[in-house]
Every structure is written in C-alpha cells, then in structure tokens.
Design a protein around this ligand. Sequence first.
Ligand code: GSH
Length: 210
Amino acid sequence: MKLYTVPLAPNPMRVTLYIAEREARGCEFDIERIIVNTLKGRHREPEHLARNSWGTLPVLELNSGQFITESLSIIDYLEDAVAGPCLRSDQIEDRAIARNIERVVEMRIGVPMGQYVHCQKSPLGLAQDPEKARELAQLMQPGFDYVEQLLQDGRQFLEGDAPGVSDCTLGAFLQFMRFTETDLIDEREALRQWDEAYRERGAVKSLFMV
Ligand SMILES: N[C@@H](CCC(=O)N[C@@H](CS)C(=O)NCC(=O)O)C(=O)O
C-alpha cells in the first residue's frame, strides 16, 4: 500500500495519528509514505489528480491499484485490513457511539477549523479574511462545548478509557489551529488538559509539529 500525504495538514495527520496509535498496540503497517508537496501545488497536478480527482490528501493506494480518497474511509479500511488490536470496539453500541463522537468532532470543529486556518494563515497561501475567520471561530464554539461536556465524567480519551479515532481527529485539527498561533479553546479546562495530555503520549508525541 502507498499513503500519499503531507505534514501538518489535518486530514493526513489524523491518518498518521491513527497508524501510530495502532503501531503502539503492536500492529505492523506495510505502507510506503509518499509526500505530495502542496506548497508547490503538486496536489493539483495530473499525477495526483489521477489518484484523486478532488486533488486532496490523504490518498491510500491499495495493492489492487484502487484509491481511497477520504481520511475516515482510509482509517476504516485499515481497521479491517491490518491485523492486530483495532481502535474501534467490538461492541456494536460502543462502536456507534464512538463513531458519533468522531463525526461531531469532524463536522462541528474540523471542517470549520480547516476554513478558519486558511482565513487566518493559509499554508497554501490563500488570501486572509479576518471577518470570516471570526465567524468560523464562533461557529466552532458549540463543538468545543460538546467536547468539554463529554470529558466531564473524567474519561481520559474522547471515546472512553483508550484512544480512539475521535482523538486522532481532534488532535490533528487542534494542531492545525496552533499553526495559526491562535487559541480557540478558551476557558475549557477539560479540553485543554486533554489536548496537552494527548500530545504528550509516547505513541504520538514525536508526530506533532506545533
Ligand atoms: N474529506 C477529506 C478532506 C481532504 C482535504 O480537504 N485535505 C486537505 C488537507 S487537510 C487538502 O488536501 N487540501 C488541499 C486542497 O484542497 O487544495 C478527507 O477527510 O480526507
């Protein structure tokens, strides 16, 4: 398998974190990682568009030659395809709740965060838009409240007592926020503690750039 990826970008980063989490549980991934330089616009060139017509990253190329172009679909595939302990629970209900948390984190925080960062300090060199950035920051507040509420029962990770895909998603998008040198976490102490503790863990610590 080949994973087309780029450092710092949040959707590639959540796959990177996911793989690291499973490697920490003893799983072995036979994946070649290939950096597509988005700063040089390589993701918009025909070679990458042939893998993914949306021009986005990450992309997983399967040994069959087929491509998976959505980060969560890549993670789902790897959960099924790579032997060893998974991040998802084998209990149907727990698995559904975990996926629900992950979707809320991505849709309520991740998607607006991606737009926010590009309005503030775009790694792709897009024009700044401070007013839109302010609107997006407001839009994310209920998502942060949701996570703060979730953590009130003392759980160490978003889905419970062990790291899950939701942690990978939130960790990746908060790193993207820190790239802008802004902080939208505000007075949410449980979320702040989670953020610091998650990044300090041996399994993922070396992967965070900011
Ligand atoms: N829904 C996709 C989103 C992928 C995405 O937007 N990737 C960003 C990096 S985080 C990208 O490639 N942006 C470049 C562009 O859109 O030009 C996923 O989850 O993989």
